[in-house]
Design a protein around this ligand. Structure first.
Ligand SMILES: C[S@@+](CC[C@H](N)C(=O)[O-])C[C@H]1O[C@@H](n2cnc3c(N)ncnc32)[C@H](O)[C@@H]1O
Length: 299
């Protein structure tokens, strides 16, 4: 199946979403190297639907808070935009993206394949300061795979028992990770920027054919769910909304379903809709989609 055929197929598929039912994430191809806290695999069918309403005018798809970047990887792999740009501030997360897209990807894949997962070996690799970006990338992938919930922020604990008592090996899939590294490196329409979301937003804000996917740390609401999940968890949410209001093209934002966020969205004249999803503990909950106009969701 060609890229265009496969996009059409998935787009047609996406037109039947019921926002009150959570998406079965097993139906979404996993492409990310990360298990990312707050990852948006569940949102992928919505993104396809949204892109279908815009497709003829989308040149650049820009994900401002990339994390594991599943949304951008899907848009790039399914050819839903000409150019895909990911932006992430965290040095560790950035090292993985940079290495997957540079000539050290083979080294990284080889390290993953050769690594024997034992608590001693994990300690050995993580006990020293990395001397290169690719070494930092290997350490980050390892930490992401052995920490609870894939959390990379300071203070995150390691998996002890894991799934089926497999302990640290629970989330270690070397061949899958290797394949994903090469799949990512083959995405010629994908660019990664190690930097600040606000800087990139201001650079592309007035491009008529640029659309933004904005999934910031959830720290605007009363619960501040994102506080302990990321090293860079504090952002100026008011400024983000203010800047989003200046986007010429379109944007889709995600937040926790909270009155503080709804009020913020209302003040800037944005449209909101609660969407059912399942969190990492498989509990059913709602998150908020925010955009200029979400009529496409309600049709
Ligand atoms: C909610 S997570 C994104 C999850 C991502 N959408 C996924 O599916 O994996 C938010 C991310 O924003 C990053 N971040 C925080 N402040 C940032 C900033 N000013 N610029 C760019 N990235 C930032 C954090 O490091 C974190 O990775």
């Amino acid at each position: 199946m060609s890229v265009i055929q496969s996009s059409l197929f998935t787009l047609l598929d996406a037109s039947k979403i019921d926002v009150s039912k959570s998406i079965n994430v097993a139906s979404v191809p996993q492409r990310s190297l990360f298990r990312y806290p707050g990852g948006k695999t569940w949102l992928v069918p919505y993104i396809r639907s949204w892109m279908m309403t815009l497709q003829s005018r989308t040149t650049s798809f820009i994900e401002l808070f990339a994390g594991g970047g599943i949304v951008s990887l899907t848009v790039a792999a399914e050819g839903l935009a000409e150019q895909v740009i990911l932006v992430e501030l965290d040095d560790d997360v950035a090292s993985v993206w940079l290495t997957s897209l540079n000539d050290q990807r083979d080294w990284l894949a080889q390290q993953i394949i050769e690594f024997e997962m034992t608590p001693e070996n994990v300690d050995k690799v993580l006990s020293h300061y990395p001397t290169s970006i690719h070494e930092q990338a290997f350490q980050t992938i390892l930490r992401n795979r052995v920490n609870h919930g894939g959390i990379l922020a300071m203070g995150a604990g390691r998996i002890k028992y894991g799934e089926n008592g497999k302990g640290l090996r629970s989330r270690w899939y070397p061949l899958t990770l290797k394949r994903r590294i090469f799949d990512i490196s083959n995405l010629t329409n994908l660019t990664f920027i190690h930097g600040d979301a606000f800087t990139v937003l201001s650079q592309y804000q007035t491009h008529p054919n640029a659309v933004f996917f904005i999934d910031p740390p959830y720290t605007a609401s009363t619960q501040k769910a994102g506080t302990r999940l990321y090293r860079h968890a504090q952002i100026d949410h008011e400024r983000l909304f203010e800047q989003a209001a200046k986007i010429t093209g379109d944007f889709l934002m995600t937040y926790d379903n909270d009155d503080v966020v709804r009020l913020l969205a209302k003040r800037y004249g944005f449209d909101c809709e609660a969407i059912a999803m399942k969190n990492t503990h498989h509990a059913q909950m709602n998150e908020l989609l925010i955009s200029k106009n979400l009529e496409w969701l309600r049709q």
